[in-house]
Design a protein around this ligand. Sequence first.
Ligand SMILES: Cc1ncc(COP(=O)(O)O)c(C=O)c1O
Length: 311
Amino acid sequence: MAEAKYIWLNGTIVPWADARVHVYSPAVKYGVGVFEGIRGYFNPRMNEMFVFRLEEHLRRLAYSMRVMRFDDPPGHEVLRGAVLETLRANDFREGVHIRLSVYLDGDGEQGATGPVSTVCLALPRPNSKAVENGVTAGVVSWRRPEDSAMPMRVKAHANYHNGRLATLEAKANGHGAAIILSSHGKVAEGPGMCLFLIRDGQAITPSVTSDILESITRDAVIRLLRDELGVPVAERDVDRTELYAADEAFFAGTAWEVTPVTAIDRLVLGDGKPGAITRRLQDLFFAIAHGDSNAHAAWRTALSASARAAA
Ligand SMILES: Cc1ncc(COP(=O)(O)O)c(C=O)c1O
């Protein structure tokens, strides 16, 4: 199993094997927890680790904790410190995926709101083949729960049960990834990523009221498409049959970065290869994330610079 040396647990750096949670905690019994998946991009030329859009992730985590009505939620600076201290303790020299979770410890029942525990870990994440070659995708029969049932806008552990079922079905049907419809039959998103279509030079993506997570990568991609690449973006309801009219498509998310989609429901998009706009977007996105481009400097938190600021 992949592991890192150290994990940040409630303010202390502990060895990987020592970060434990009790089987009777609400976290285990009911999946009561919220989290963020965050990327650290290592730039070997600069010998620097850049955390991508850390402030936005911390703001979304604060929102998730608020909706969950947690007692004494950890503050912005504690959570920011957890991420940076985890990276420093492990001294990674490659790209990482960071997982920052706040969950309910203790022995409470369904209505418990505390005690709260916070954990942060990071693992190396090598470059993905799917980002290079693209993936196939298929629409699954599972629907996203609607906001009034189990809000997808809240990044809660238990929400991922829906995405897991969707992934299992997509794989069983021979697809690389799932596309999930909303309870209204419109396209929502993938199990851990948003979906964009390119049609006649325009980008189209489901709106934030389509029972999706308000994705931070989605926001970055919309801004890069509009402002840097001159591609108009429509955020609106998307019908399933529009998927089949797309010239290109891609998934966007922290884990999926910008991953081309080459076929949907076995209908090949374009020439079956990652599309031209998708490729231009990837080049821009990765240059910014790695600090090889000076654009959007506010999206990057440099680990060594943050150490100097704290000293
Ligand atoms: C369901 C879902 N949609 C979209 C995303 C993408 O969000 P972000 O770009 O903030 O990582 C995620 C998480 O990565 C997710 O879990």
